[in-house]
Design a protein around this ligand. Structure first.
Ligand SMILES: N[C@@H](CCC(=O)N[C@@H](CS)C(=O)NCC(=O)O)C(=O)O
Length: 204
C-alpha cells in the first residue's frame, strides 16, 4: 500500500497528481503545515528536512519498502512503478528531463520565494516584484513553447506536464495575474484540467 503525506501546495499536488495519473492506489494523509504537523518527531523520522510531500510504499521494487520525499523524485518513482507518462523512445528522454526539471525546480521555488517574502514581518516589495516578474517571464516562455508543441516536452504528454501543471495550478489560484495573457498556456492548462485524474488529485 502507498501512503502519501502532503498538503495542498504545488509540491504536495505534484505528488498527488503523479499517483492519480499513474493509476496507483494510495492513502492520503493531509499534513497541516500551519499547525507544524511537518515538524513532529514522527514526521521528521520520515523526512528530517520537515517538508512534504513524503511517500511510503510497502511494496517497492523487489517487494521492499520505499520511503521517498521530494515531489519530482516521487513523480519519477510513480512513473517508473506504473510505466506511465515516460517517453518510450530513449531519444525523447533528454527533452522530457529538461522540461521536467525546468517545471519543478524553476517555477515552484520562485512561487515559494514570493509567498515567503510577502509574509515576512519586514516588507520586501522589490524582492517580491523581482520574483513575480521572473515567474511571469517563465510562463511567457512556456507559452511560446506550447505554441510550437502540444505538451511541455513534445507532442506526447509526460511527467513534465504533470509537474508544470502543479506549479501552474498553484500560481493561477494565488497570483492569477502571473499566468494571464498566455493563450497557448491556457489551451494546454484547459486540456490538463479536463483530465479526470487531475480533477481527482486536486479535490482535497
Ligand atoms: N523540493 C521539495 C520542496 C518541498 C517543500 O518545500 N515543501 C514545503 C511545502 S510546498 C514544506 O513542506 N514546507 C514546510 C516547511 O518548510 O516548514 C519538493 O519538491 O518536494
Amino acid at each position: 500500500m502507498i501512503e502519501l503525506y502532503a498538503a495542498g501546495t504545488s509540491n504536495g499536488m505534484r505528488a498527488r497528481i503523479a499517483l492519480e495519473e499513474c493509476g496507483l492506489a494510495y492513502r492520503f494523509h493531509a499534513v497541516d503545515l500551519a499547525k507544524g504537523e511537518n515538524r513532529t518527531p514522527q514526521f521528521l523520522a520520515m523526512n528530517p528536512f520537515g517538508a512534504i510531500p513524503v511517500l511510503k510504499d510497502s511494496d517497492g521494487p523487489g517487494g521492499k519498502p520505499v520511503l521517498i520525499s521530494q515531489s519530482t523524485a516521487i513523480l519519477l518513482y510513480c512513473a517508473e512503478k506504473s510505466g506511465r507518462h515516460l517517453p518510450q523512445d530513449p531519444a525523447a528522454r533528454p527533452a522530457m528531463l529538461e522540461a521536467l526539471m525546468r517545471a519543478s525546480t524553476d517555477l515552484t521555488p520562485m512561487f515559494g520565494a514570493v509567498t515567503l517574502a510577502s509574509r515576512m514581518k519586514e516588507s520586501h516589495p522589490a524582492t517580491v516584484a523581482e520574483f513575480k516578474s521572473r515567474m511571469q517571464g517563465q510562463f511567457k516562455t512556456w507559452d511560446g513553447i506550447l505554441a510550437a508543441q502540444r505538451y511541455a516536452a513534445s507532442a506526447e504528454l509526460t511527467i513534465a506536464d504533470l509537474s508544470l501543471y502543479a506549479g501552474y495550478w498553484r500560481t493561477k489560484g494565488a497570483l492569477p495575474e502571473l499566468v494571464a495573457g498566455n493563450p497557448n498556456l491556457e489551451r494546454w492548462a484547459g486540456e490538463m484540467a479536463a483530465r479526470p485524474a487531475i480533477q481527482r488529485a486536486l479535490k482535497l
